[in-house]
Design a protein around this ligand. Structure first.
Ligand code: FAD
Length: 531
C-alpha cells in the first residue's frame, strides 16, 4: 500500500509526487498514456523528426520548482529565443519584438507607441510581480462555519492586501482593469498602431476562446507574462529536447526519490469509504490502496467520471457541470525540408526571426473576426497561427538541414456549431493552416514533408483535455484564484476527505508552471502532519 496515489503523470502530478516523496512518503503515479508528461511531452511524429507535441515553449515553470526538483541536475537546459516575436504583415512589412530594438521597431509604426513602451513594460512588470508572488501560494479559501475556521483565511486575505500595496493606488486600479477589461481595450489605452497592439494582444487570446475585445481577456495577457527564462522576466524559451525534456527530468527526480511511476495505467474509479478516499481502481481492475489520493486531471474528469455522484454534494456537482472548458485551439507539428522563406524577410538560412514566436495575425480586428467566424462556422478562413521552429535552436529534433515547426492556432470552436465532428474537418483545416503560413512564406507548402494534426477533439482524446482545453478550464474571473475550481475549494482539497487536486484546474491555472503540483503537495503534507 502506498501513502499517496497520484492519478495522472502530467507535469503537475510529477511535481506533486516529487515533493511528497521528498517528505518521506511512499508515492505511486498512475498515468493513462504510455509516457508521462501530459501536455508537456516530446515525441517522434515522423521518422527522424521529434517535437513537443502539445505545449511547445517555456517561461512559466517556477524557478523554485526547478531548484527543488534539481531539474538542471536531471538534464534540463532552457535557452532563450534570439528574438521574442516576429510579426510578418500582409503588405510585406514586419515587426520584430525583443530586447533593446523593440522601441526602434515600434517607432517605424508609431513614434508615440515607441515612447510609451518603457512605461507599459514597467507597469506590466509591476503587476506581473504581484501575480508572481501569489503563484506558489494557496489562495484564501472561502469557508463557512465559525470565526475560528474563517480567521486564517481572513489573515491570508489581509496578507494579499499587503502584497498589493507596492503597486500604489494607480497600479491597483490597473490591476482591477486587467481582471475585467478586454485585452483590446487595455492595449488601446496605451498604443495606437495595429501591429503593436496585435503583437501584445495575441497573448490575450492564447488558449482563450474569445475575441481580444471580450471582457476579461486582459487577464489572459497577464497570465502569459508572469514567467521568466533563466532569470529574464517575461521571456519565453526553448527546453532543449522539447517540452518532454522538462517532464523527463521531473520523472528522473521522482524515480530518484523512490516514486513508483506506472504508465499505461488509466484510473477508472476513485474508491470512497465512509466519506474518505481510500484508493483507486485501474481500467484493468487492479486496486491501489492509499491514505491519500491526488488527481492531476481536469476537475470535470475527476468529479464526473471517476467518482460516484453520491459522494459529492449536489451543489458541488452542479457547479462542476458548468466548469467552463474549451480553449478553442488547434495544434499541428510539421516536418520541413527547409526553413520558411518569408516575403517580409527573405532567406532560407536561419535568421533570428526563424527562432522567434512567429505570429500570423496582423491586427486585433483580424483576431476578433477569427473568433466571430469560429462562433458561426467553427473556424475562420483567416485563422490565427503562431509558429515556432525549435529546430533552429535545437539540433536534436530533426535531421541535419531539416526542421520541425510547431503551429499553434487559435479560435477553433471546441464543439462545431453544426454538430459535426472535428474528425470530418481536421485534414481540410490542416490544409487551410498550411495555406495561411504559405501566404506569408511561399515555399512553406512544398517544404512540408509530414504533419501531425491535433484538433480540439484530438487534444481531448490524446491528453484528456476536456473540450481540448489547454488550461483544464478557462481563465475567466469566475474560475481564477479563490474561485479555481470554485469558492470553498481553492485550497486543493475536495468535498471528499483524503482526495486532493493538483492539476491546472486549480490555482494558478494552466501552463507548464509546476505551481499547482507544488501547492497541492504543501496542503497534503499539512493535513498529514495534523492527522
Ligand atoms: C496544444 C497546447 C499548447 C500549449 N502550449 C503551452 C506552452 O507553450 N507553454 C506552456 O507553459 N503551456 C502550454 N500549454 C498548457 C500546458 O501544457 C498545460 O496547462 C499543462 O501541461 C497541464 O499540466 P497538468 O499537469 O496540469 O495536466 P496534464 O498535462 O493535462 O496532465 C494530466 C495527465 O493525466 C493523465 N490522465 C488523464 N486521465 C487519466 C486517468 N483516468 N488515469 C490516469 N491518468 C490520466 C493524462 O494522460 C495526462 O498525462 C499548452 C497546452 C496545449 C494542449
Amino acid at each position: 500500500m502506498s501513502d499517496v496515489i497520484v492519478i495522472g503523470g502530467g507535469h503537475n502530478g510529477l511535481v506533486c509526487a516529487a515533493y511528497l516523496a521528498a517528505a518521506g512518503l511512499k508515492v505511486t503515479v498512475l498515468e493513462r498514456r504510455h509516457v508521462v508528461g501530459g501536455a508537456a511531452v516530446t515525441e517522434e511524429f515522423h521518422p527522424g523528426f521529434r517535437n513537443s507535441v502539445a505545449s511547445y515553449t517555456v517561461s512559466l515553470l517556477q524557478p523554485k520548482v526547478i531548484r527543488d526538483l534539481c531539474l538542471h541536475e536531471h538534464g534540463l537546459r532552457v535557452v532563450q529565443r534570439p528574438l521574442a516575436n516576429f510579426l510578418p504583415l500582409p503588405d510585406g512589412g514586419h515587426l520584430k519584438v525583443g530586447g533593446e530594438r523593440t522601441a526602434q521597431e515600434f517607432a517605424r509604426f508609431s513614434r508615440r507607441d515607441a515612447e510609451r513602451l518603457p512605461a507599459y513594460g514597467a507597469r506590466l512588470d509591476a503587476i506581473a510581480d504581484v501575480l508572481r508572488a501569489l503563484v506558489l501560494e494557496t489562495p484564501p479559501n472561502l469557508v463557512e462555519g465559525s470565526w475560528l475556521q474563517a480567521l486564517p483565511q481572513l489573515l491570508k486575505a489581509a496578507g494579499l492586501a499587503r502584497r498589493l500595496r507596492p503597486l500604489g493606488l494607480d497600479g491597483q486600479r490597473e490591476l482591477l482593469d486587467m481582471f475585467t477589461l478586454s485585452a483590446g481595450e487595455y492595449l488601446e489605452r496605451w498604443f495606437e498602431s495595429e501591429p503593436v497592439k496585435a503583437v501584445f494582444g495575441f497573448d490575450g487570446i492564447v488558449g482563450n476562446y474569445a475575441s481580444p475585445y471580450t471582457p476579461g481577456s486582459a487577464y489572459v495577457l497577464l497570465h502569459h507574462v508572469f514567467g521568466e527564462v533563466n532569470g529574464r522576466k517575461g521571456a519565453w524559451g526553448h527546453a532543449l529536447g522539447g517540452m518532454g525534456a522538462i517532464t523527463q527530468a521531473m520523472a528522473r527526480c521522482c524515480a530518484q526519490r523512490g516514486v513508483d511511476i506506472r504508465t499505461d495505467c488509466a484510473v477508472r474509479e476513485v474508491l470512497v469509504e465512509r466519506g474518505r478516499a481510500t484508493g483507486v481502481v485501474s481500467g484493468q481492475g487492479e486496486v491501489f490502496r492509499a491514505r491519500v489520493v491526488v488527481s492531476n486531471l481536469n476537475p470535470r474528469l475527476l468529479f464526473q467520471r471517476l467518482l460516484d455522484p453520491a459522494v459529492l454534494p449536489a451543489d458541488f456537482r452542479e457547479r462542476i457541470a458548468h466548469w467552463k472548458c474549451g480553449s478553442g485551439t488547434f495544434r499541428m507539428n510539421v516536418a520541413l525540408a527547409e526553413l520558411p522563406d518569408f516575403r517580409a524577410l527573405p532567406g532560407k538560412t536561419p535568421g533570428e526571426h526563424h527562432g522567434a514566436g512567429i505570429i500570423l495575425a496582423p491586427s486585433l480586428d483580424y483576431m476578433d473576426r477569427a473568433y466571430l467566424d469560429a462562433c458561426t462556422f467553427g473556424w475562420s478562413r483567416r485563422p490565427i497561427v503562431e509558429m515556432l521552429i525549435p529546430s533552429v535552436l535545437d539540433d536534436s529534433l530533426a535531421p541535419p538541414g531539416r526542421h520541425v515547426a510547431s503551429l499553434f492556432c487559435q479560435q477553433f470552436a471546441p464543439q462545431l456549431p453544426d454538430g459535426s465532428s472535428w474528425d470530418e474537418h481536421r485534414e481540410q483545416v490542416a490544409d487551410l493552416i498550411i495555406d495561411t503560413v504559405n501566404g506569408y512564406a511561399p515555399n512553406f507548402r512544398d517544404a512540408v514533408i509530414a504533419r501531425q494534426i491535433l484538433s480540439p477533439l484530438d487534444l481531448e482524446r490524446t491528453f484528456g483535455l476536456v473540450g481540448g482545453d489547454i488550461f483544464h478550464g478557462a481563465l475567466t474571473l469566475n474560475q481564477l484564484f479563490s474561485a479555481r475550481p470554485m469558492l470553498g475549494f481553492a485550497d486543493y482539497r475536495t468535498p471528499v476527505a483524503g482526495l486532493y487536486q493538483c492539476g491546472s484546474g486549480t490555482h494558478p491555472g494552466g501552463g507548464v508552471t509546476g505551481a499547482p503540483g507544488h501547492n497541492a503537495a504543501r496542503e497534503i503534507l499539512r493535513d498529514l502532519r495534523r492527522r
